[in-house]
Design a protein around this ligand. Structure first.
Ligand code: NAD
Ligand code: DAU
Length: 365
């Protein structure tokens, strides 16, 4: 049994689905179901008894303590967070509350549980903290990619809150001996990605005939990784990572935002071409690209050096940017109802739709 936090979000739900597809080990999924949590992501395992969904907050020490005591997980994989940089600029408070205070409270509950375990269970227990490359700040164009020893230099309230949580996790290992692992990953993309983030926003806006907003000059660089590869990396680190260590995760796929948006338009032109216009011509989705005001404090470049993970644990991404993007575009084309439910807010009617009668702890929102 493992406990996953934030398992109804983008990466967490992909992780839970992958986990149950590859192992018989059950998962307790603790998620508050904020705007970013979506049980539609987990509809294919709604009747799978190996998945125990609990609606709750990582900061609810009594709830977390009772889940740990009842289910006695051998590991906690911590995804739950406020994750969107633009939201952190508009309203940082929730980021401090969940990412910093929430992680602290979770660590306290886990420490108490871990202390109660017999020696053999205690030494095999793991707390895996899922974090981001944004803690390292912004790279100059010719600088080498971030390694695990790059100094922290977070620039947004989001990345500062994640940096704080990384430091707390590190301190719980050094001070209390809690067996922790931390992963710092680059930008993910793939199925179930909430359409506030660049790639799903472009795909959904393009098909709705809306503007495709590119911040500033569009020359900012991100290092893209298919979400399934991130999930595989987390499984490897959880299985064989060295306690107390940090592992960077990335796909060696540095792209400017403008190139990403253009690639998405090209893929859509191929897989879902527009109807001919009044002029009789088939227009490209790229005509919808619109340059808009830049994000305040926008980091210019991120890039990850993932060689430690490859060297020590043999992990390598299975997808290239091209194969991952094609899978992603095909997924969004095939899952229009998921997109519609997110856009209409209907995905938040979670209890009635998927989970009626599944877990006594869940409450109506
Ligand atoms: P997401 O926003 O899609 O999902 C977050 C999930 O956490 C949601 O289901 C939400 O309901 C839940 N949640 C939020 N606050 C909670 C709380 N207080 N208690 C319990 N549950 C709560 O995020 P994501 O993109 O899936 O990211 C997951 C983790 O991975 C985050 O920690 C993020 O920092 C990290 N990360 C994300 C990326 C990326 O590209 N998306 C890259 C690297 C690291
Ligand atoms: O690097 C890892 C991080 O990647 C994660 O830790 C975060 O949780 C995740 O949200 C993501 O952060 P970004 O800010 O890089 O992702 P986002 O999709 O918001 O933006 C990607 C890039 O595209 C960024 O440079 C801003 C730009 N952008 C974004 C949006 C939403 C645009 O140009 N237009 C847009 O409309």
């Amino acid at each position: 049994m493992i406990l996953v936090t934030g398992g109804a979000g983008f990466i967490g739900s992909n992780f839970v689905l992958d986990w149950l597809a590859q192992s018989d080990e059950s998962v307790i999924n603790l998620d508050k179901l904020t705007y970013a949590g979506n049980l539609d992501n987990l509809s294919t395992i709604a009747n799978d008894s190996r998945h125990i969904f609990v609606r709750g907050d990582i900061g609810d020490t009594a709830l977390v303590g009772s889940l740990l005591a009842e289910y006695r997980p051998r590991a906690v994989v911590h995804f739950a967070a406020e994750s969107h940089v633009d939201r952190s600029i508009l309203g940082p408070a929730a980021f401090i509350e969940t990412n910093v205070t929430g992680t602290f409270k979770l660590l306290e509950a886990v420490r108490a549980y871990w202390n109660s375990l017999p020696a053999t269970e205690g030494s095999s227990f793991r707390f895996l903290h899922v974090s981001t490359d944004e803690v390292y700040g912004s790279l100059e164009p010719d600088a080498p990619p971030f390694t695990e020893t790059t100094a922290y230099a977070p620039n947004s309230p989001y990345s500062a809150s994640k940096a704080a949580s990384d430091h707390l996790v590190r301190s719980y290992h050094h001070t209390y001996g809690l067996p922790v692992l931390t992963t710092n990953c680059s930008n993910n993309y793939g199925p179930y990605h909430f359409p506030e983030k660049l790639i799903p926003l472009i795909l959904t806006n393009a098909r709705a005939g809306k503007a495709l907003p590119v911040y500033g000059d569009g020359q900012q660089v991100r290092d893209w990784l298919y979400v399934g590869d991130h999930c595989a990396a987390i499984r490897r680190v959880l299985a064989d990572g060295r306690v107390g260590e940090v592992y960077n995760v990335g796909g060696w796929n540095e792209k400017t935002n403008l190139d990403v948006v253009r690639s998405l338009c090209t893929m859509l032109d191929l897989l879902d071409p527009k109807q001919p216009g009044m002029d009789g011509a088939v227009h490209s989705y790229a005509e919808q690209i619109t340059f808009v005001e830049d994000r305040p404090g926008h980091d210019r470049r991120y890039a990850i050096d993932a060689r430690k993970l490859e060297r020590e644990l043999g992990w390598r991404p299975a997808e290239t940017f091209e194969t991952g993007i094609e899978k992603t575009v095909r997924w969004y084309l095939a899952n229009e109802e998921w997109v519609r439910n997110v856009q209409s807010g209907d995905y938040q009617n979670w209890l009635e739709k998927n989970y009626a009668g599944r877990d006594q702890r869940k409450e109506r929102p």
